[in-house]
Design a protein around this ligand. Structure first.
Ligand SMILES: [Fe+2]
Length: 288
């Protein structure tokens, strides 16, 4: 078992500089570096957000533009490899170039989706900096969420959070896990829940913000801003960047980033909450 954290998110784009600029301006991201090939990497103070210029040399199994894959920092590559070798594609380990735009190794989850792995912090600051906008949520679509949860738990030490148990109790396939910073949501690709927008692999990610109205005003000048259906748990807003990638904005609903640990309204709270379906976050056993 590793003490690992998700801290890298890669996009493919034909115009990575323009897309990176959108996120940099709206979420006060700092630039970690850019390459001669056109790749741009930014940070929110913990995550590395990398916008890779789509090209054959990347040799990707899935070369479509858009949100592409996540990356994890592991405390020991040797231990991560030992755990990985027991999984479906555990014999497949590709080298990555490292540096600020890539991880060191490439693993594949049980559905063949790529995962970058690095012993380093992907060039981002080692410790989380508290700031008014920060990535606290990544959501996948998968065929079998339970298998993906098992992969992230056994190889990278993610903890299944209380809300995931709630979903199990309602007979739902959705699973949720945390690493202390990120709430990882794993939703079934085939899913007839109202408002579900299928996209296999990395479906979307989310920023926790503490100044929602100001941000929405600025975003509305560039992209369409509409409130989500009131019955969707967690994020209040689902937005699309200029290339159609989906991201959530949440302030009051927040995300469970570890067992009974919530990031909400710009701060960390400990307690047991329920995200209703339909409904909103309510303290379990307490007042709504
Ligand atoms: Fe989400």
């Amino acid at each position: 078992m590793n003490g690992c954290q998700m801290r890298y998110l890669a996009f493919l784009s034909d115009e990575p500089a323009g897309l990176a600029d959108f996120y940099r301006r709206h979420f006060e991201l700092v630039e970690l570096g850019r390459s001669n090939a056109g790749d741009v990497s930014l940070s929110d103070g913990f995550y590395n957000l990398t916008f890779l210029r789509r090209r054959e040399a990347l040799n990707e199994l899935h070369p479509e533009n858009g949100l592409h894959h996540v990356g994890l920092q592991v405390d020991s590559m040797e231990r991560a490899l030992a755990g990985y070798r027991r999984t479906t594609y555990g014999e497949v380990v590709a080298e990555e170039p490292g540096g600020v735009h890539f991880g060191e190794r490439r693993f594949f989850d049980p559905e063949g989706m790529p995962v970058s792995v690095s012993e380093g912090s992907f060039g981002a600051p080692a410790a989380r900096k508290v700031r008014p906008a920060r990535i606290q949520h990544v959501a996948f679509n998968s065929l079998l969420p339970q298998r993906i949860l098992h992969f992230y738990s056994t190889v990278f030490g993610f903890r299944e959070v209380t809300n995931s148990v709630n979903f199990r109790g309602r007979g739902r396939l959705n699973r949720f896990a945390g690493d202390g910073v990120t709430n990882l949501a794993i939703h079934p690709y085939f899913n007839d829940t109202e408002g579900h927008e299928a996209r296999f692999g990395v479906n979307h990610f989310g920023f926790l913000v503490s100044d929602m109205d100001r941000r929405l005003d600025a975003l509305a000048k560039e992209i369409h801003v509409a409130k989500r259906l009131a019955n969707r748990p967690f994020a209040e807003y689902r937005l699309f960047d200029p290339e159609g990638n989906k991201f959530d904005l949440s302030q009051a609903k927040g995300w469970e980033v570890d067992i009974d640990v919530w990031e909400v309204d710009g701060e960390r709270r400990h307690g047991r909450f329920e995200t209703g379906e339909p409904g909103t976050r309510a303290e379990m056993g307490g007042a709504a």
